[in-house]
Design a protein around this ligand. Structure first.
Ligand code: HEC
Ligand code: HEC
Length: 433
């Protein structure tokens, strides 16, 4: 198992204890004008949680046994070029970097993304995604390379197909591709546009190919994903203002008091204490990599997004999953997929906890950009009862979800000042400012 479960209970207990009795001991924290925090006392139990958030604690990116080339520099370089190449789309205008803009934390700042068409969810930042067990908001892919194949065939995103991609690689990338993956298959006689997804004509053309040729083309397709994944995994995580503060606190340096403002430190205390945010937004990436229904209103009430519950079959039957023919893993290395949780009613309407590094710089928020500001996000967490009503309507619309939709959130009470402090704290998760 790549994910470590040990210690979760202990951490949860610690968090509950922190939430119970908090006394602020911040010197000189005024109501307005927000001075620097000055000397702040953190208890030993609080320091343990602070340490768990430090970038220093982030393990190196876990190896993906299903992708044998992910550490090869030549694969990283090929992936970087493919990531930015608009020829990998039907209209020649869409690349991965269209929606994952490098200068915008590899997302697009839109509520829902626009490629060939308009999607139903918000683009996700990519830095740090190599640490995730499940990809997408609903986790319908079990590796970064399998994830990359989704948008290529998605009619709303790149909208292209497998044989066209094989031709693009052969024409533009042959030496780089062959240096990593060996000889390309013979492409003579292959239709220009064929694939198992997409238009009726493309599917019909695909069905005329024999099994061996389909397999050869699908392998080129998978390898495109493997090199893009290698590139994505090579992206560095930039330290934030909070990291500097945490390191100074943990080393007992007085300079810590001059690194964050008083309101930011109060917000940090709330985040790991009374507001219980750290029970899901935990560890150096501020995510538990799990799925939760926090009662975010669906973008389209008539067709609510089922989130994780709607993705279970997709990941299990995906030909590009860890157990599939294009994976480089032994079946025994696919524990996450083999033992994934499928029978938890809490997965209905549940989405992956997003990491919060850089969050203040990338509104709007949630899986479909439902909230415009961080303040609205915090208010959402306070307004538990209203959200719960929204979700029971959702169950009704659904019919099939008889197990009910479970909103996983303990109501929290925060004053207006505390809401502002939490928002201020989230600003420390950025590199600049
Ligand atoms: C049209 C815009 C668009 C394009 C083009 C696009 N993406 Fe995305 N990307 C999204 C959206 C939207 C999501 C979330 C979708 C969902 O959860 O269903 C996403 C999710 C992801 C994720 C998941 C991150 C995580 O933490 O789970 C990765 C990785 C990613 N995209 C990589 C890529 C790569 C690689 C390409 C090119 C092959 C690409 N994307 C092309 C919009 C786009
Ligand atoms: C039960 C787990 C859980 C708890 C507790 C929790 N979150 Fe979240 N958080 C999530 C999930 C899941 C999402 C995505 C929900 C969605 O899109 O439907 C999310 C989304 C967010 C986002 C939006 C990030 C983005 O990129 O869209 C922010 C900001 C955030 N949470 C902050 C907080 C704060 C502050 C607290 C404490 C008051 C908190 N969360 C408590 C699970 C949790």
């Amino acid at each position: 198992m790549r994910r470590r479960h040990t210690g979760t209970w202990a951490l949860a207990t610690l968090i509950a204890m922190l939430g119970a009795g908090l006394t602020l001991s911040i010197a000189g924290a005024g109501e307005t004008g927000e001075p620097m925090a000055g000397p702040v006392r953190w208890r030993a139990d609080e320091k343990a949680v602070l340490a768990s958030l430090s970038l220093q604690r982030l393990p190196s990116v876990p190896a993906d046994p299903s992708n044998a080339v992910e550490r090869q520099p030549a694969a990283v370089e090929l992936g970087r070029r493919l990531f930015e190449d608009t020829r990998l789309s039907r209209n020649g205008a869409v690349a991965c970097s269209t929606c994952h803009v490098p200068s915008k934390q590899f997302q697009d700042g839109l509520a829902v993304s626009r490629g060939l068409g308009t999607g139903t969810r918000r683009a996700m930042p990519i830095v740090g995604a190599g640490h995730a067990t499940w990809l997408f908001w609903d986790g319908r892919k079990d590796s970064l390379w399998a994830q990359a194949l989704g948008p290529l065939e998605d009619p709303m995103e790149h909208g292209t197909n497998r044989t066209r991609l094989a031709h693009v690689v052969a024409t533009n990338y042959r030496p780089s591709y062959e240096a990593v993956f060996g000889a390309l298959p013979r492409l003579e006689g292959l239709p220009a546009d064929a694939g198992p997804q997409g238009s009726a004509a493309e599917r019909a053309a695909w069905s005329t190919l024999d099994a061996r040729r389909r397999d050869e083309v699908s392998r080129v397709f998978a390898n495109i994903g493997k090199s893009i994944a290698a590139y994505e995994k090579s992206l560095p995580i930039v330290p934030t203002r909070l990291d500097g503060y945490l390191d100074a606190v943990l080393r007992g340096e007085r300079a810590a008091g001059q690194m964050l403002r008083a309101d930011e430190v109060r917000g940090l205390r709330l985040f790991i204490g009374k507001a219980q945010c750290v029970s899901c937004h935990q560890g150096p990436l501020f995510t538990d990599q799990h799925f939760h229904n926090t009662g975010v209103p669906p973008r389209d009430r008539a067709r609510p997004d089922r989130g994780r519950a709607g993705a279970l079959a997709a990941v299990q039957t995906d030909e590009f999953n860890c157990l599939g023919p294009y994976s480089d893993a032994q079946p025994a290395q696919c524990q996450e997929l083999r033992f994934m949780v499928t029978d938890d009613p809490g997965l209905e309407g549940a989405f992956k906890t997003p990491g919060l590094r850089g969050v203040a710089d990338r509104p709007p928020y949630m899986h479909a950009g439902q909230f415009a500001t961080l303040e609205q996000v915090v208010r959402h967490y306070i307004a538990a009862p209203h959200a719960a009503v929204g979700r029971s309507e959702l169950v009704h619309h659904h019919g099939g979800a008889s197990a009910g939709t479970h909103v996983e959130r303990t109501p929290i009470t925060l004053s207006e000042a505390e809401i502002k402090d939490l928002v201020a704290f989230m600003g420390t998760l950025s590199a600049h400012k």
